[in-house]
Design a protein around this ligand. Structure first.
Ligand code: OGA
Ligand code: MN
Length: 297
């Protein structure tokens, strides 16, 4: 059954009705969602009220699922509360209570308030994220999205030429420090588990053949350029992509599932009173390809 679409913004983002996520999605619906994502880059599915199993099963239709990193990477206290394949973007601990201020997972999440593309610090290209809103605070806590294709299209031609072939260094530690995580929480062990990776600044999305600017908070340096100059250029490009005309701000309703293409959008969490209200958000993330070590055995 074809989905019904309501556009949410002049350049991207749409709300789709007519699908209930889970393990029971037809190949036609998968193709339709792929086409809609190629066009809109952000898809909002309302009233899903999905379970963890449904969310994890749905993600599998669109690519190999990423596994969140555990306590080794993020430090003590950052243990995942959720089953495999679910990233915990909540402010809630294993005891069901709001995380204390000094908790490592809370410190990690501070970086989400900067414009970023999920897992751009991973060697594999990350395809989509799917975030489900289980408990929504009464005010604040929107998620902002920016269209990095529209941002690319609007660049002056000279800048497009300049960026062709340039790569950026992405590291989760660039964004954590920028986001306010104390640098002393990042030890040698963390650096070894997630070393920097290199991604092209301009990339073409296979299904739409559109070019997008791959920047955001994980990108910290441009190899071959002085550190300050590279950082300044990356910040300028991020500011360019996130101008109001390219931004859709999602106001959450309980039960929403929002899908975004990390290859051609940036997003950020916005503040809410996170010492007073619970916000339970759970994310599945898929890659374009499986890593070679996952293809054997
Ligand atoms: C994420 C993220 C934003 C939010 O889960 O990747 O950035 O508003 N979340 O929770
Ligand atoms: Mn994110």
């Amino acid at each position: 059954m074809p989905l019904t679409i309501q556009e949410l913004h002049p350049v991207f983002a749409a709300e789709a009705t007519g699908v209930k996520i889970g393990s029971n999605i037809s190949p036609e619906t998968v193709e339709e969602i792929e086409d809609l994502m190629a066009k809109y880059a952000i898809l909002v599915l309302r009233d899903q009220n999905c379970t963890d199993d449904e969310q994890v099963a749905f993600a599998k239709f669109f690519g190999p699922r990423e596994t969140p990193f555990g306590a080794t990477t993020y430090g003590k206290g950052s243990e995942n509360r959720l089953p495999m394949y679910l990233f915990d973007a909540s402010n809630i601990g294993r005891d069901g209570e709001i995380l204390p201020l000094d908790n490592a997972r809370r410190q990690m999440r501070l970086g989400d308030r900067l414009w970023h593309s999920d897992s751009s610090f991973n060697p594999l290209p990350t395809k989509w994220s799917m975030l489900s809103g289980r408990v929504i605070p009464p005010e604040g806590g929107n998620t902002d999205f920016a269209d990095a294709r529209a941002g690319y299209d609007a660049l002056p031609d000279a800048m497009k030429v300049r960026l062709e072939g340039l790569v950026a260094e992405h590291s989760i530690w660039h964004s954590r420090v920028k986001g306010g995580m104390p640098a002393e929480m990042i030890g040698e062990e963390q650096l070894q588990v997630l070393p920097p990776v290199y991604q092209p600044i301009v990339r073409t999305i296979p299904r739409s053949a559109r070019k997008a600017l791959m920047v955001g908070a994980h990108a910290g340096r441009i190899p071959g350029m002085p550190v300050d100059g590279g950082r300044k250029l990356l910040e300028e490009l991020t500011d360019h992509v996130t101008q109001p005309e390219f931004v859709y701000s999602h106001i959450w309703r309980q039960g929403d599932l929002v899908i975004w293409d990390n290859r051609c959008t940036l997003h950020r969490a916005t503040p809410f009173d996170d010492t007073k209200f619970k916000r339970d958000m759970r994310r599945t993330t898929v890659d374009e390809f499986a890593p070679s070590w996952a293809m054997v055995g």
